[in-house]
Design a protein around this ligand. Structure first.
Ligand code: UDP
Length: 265
């Protein structure tokens, strides 16, 4: 049997940025940051900043045609700009190969977004989601998902208004956050320093209907008990509920005229 190890929560931890253990970093969302995209935002969670853009093409991937799969598709690309990290990160194109971490993250973003949309209503269209990290301070994959959901929603509004879509395709929003155990404390929304020091790191992806899309958790030379996992899930869930509230508020303000749609999501 596995004895349950209780983390030491006797002393509340003072975080470097003064946050409480259950507090998200300040969230800032700027709309239409890339005007030629169909929908775009700059999302900032503390010092992590990402440009998320959705661009719609009137075609579907070759594999869909070959396999006779009907409807549309969503695909995502993730990249860190060279100056987004403390030490300059070489572009993949200069290295001649794609970073494995980026491949993993862009698949995660694509999976998360595909759960939010009725691909049949998208008709024969592909939505390209591009997430480019401007500044990385931990939690870039989670901020990318939260921002990409908004870029997609904004693109859907534009397509519907322009008659490029007949029906509203979006069924829900999706948001993500990290939770970790640092010095025995369960903390919400880790920055880079906390992420580096974390013994356990869990990324949660959830929809506005309260369903889980993905959980990515790992102990770094550490293990975790079921009760710690439950605490991390509870804290992450609380964070995601807050993020989804802010996503709705942003969409209502940014898309006046189409605001009725977002009350449903
Ligand atoms: N990071 C970096 N260079 C890299 C990869 C990561 O500086 O090539 C930093 C960056 O701040 C990032 C953090 O390490 O946000 C944590 O990286 P991780 O792979 O856990 O992904 P993230 O937390 O950003 O989703």
């Amino acid at each position: 049997m596995y004895p349950e190890q209780q983390p030491n929560r006797s002393l509340p931890m003072i975080r470097d940025d003064g946050r409480a253990s259950d507090q998200l970093r300040p969230l800032r969302i700027v709309k239409d940051i890339a005007p030629y995209a169909d929908g775009s935002v700059l999302i900032a969670t503390g010092d992590t900043q990402i440009i998320c853009a959705a661009t719609v093409e009137n075609s579907i991937p070759k594999w869909m045609k070959e396999q006779g799969v009907t409807g549309g598709w969503i695909t995502a690309e993730y990249s860190m700009l060279p100056y987004s990290t403390l030490v300059r990160k070489q572009r993949d194109i200069a290295k001649g190969k794609m970073d494995g971490r980026s491949v993993e993250i862009q698949r995660l973003i694509g999976r998360a977004l595909r759960t939010t949309i009725d691909l049949n209503v998208l008709e024969e269209k592909t939505v390209w989601i591009d997430c480019d990290v401007l500044q990385a301070d931990g939690g870039t994959r989670t901020a990318a998902i939260t921002g990409a959901s908004l870029a997609l929603a904004r693109a859907c509004v534009k397509l519907l208004n322009q008659g490029r879509l007949k029906l509203w395709p979006l069924r829900q929003l999706v948001a993500a956050v990290s939770v970790g155990v640092v010095e025995g404390q369960v903390l919400l929304d880790l920055n880079y320093k906390e992420d580096k020091d974390a013994a356990i790191d869990l990324n949660l992806v959830m929809t506005s209907t309260g369903s889980f899309v993905e959980l990515q958790g790992a102990g770094e030379e550490a293990t975790f008990s079921q009760s710690e996992l439950q605490q991390m899930i509870d804290l992450g869930r609380k964070g995601i509920e807050e993020l989804i509230g802010k996503q709705r508020q942003f969409l209502l303000e940014a898309s006046q005229g189409s605001s009725e749609i977002f009350k449903e999501l």
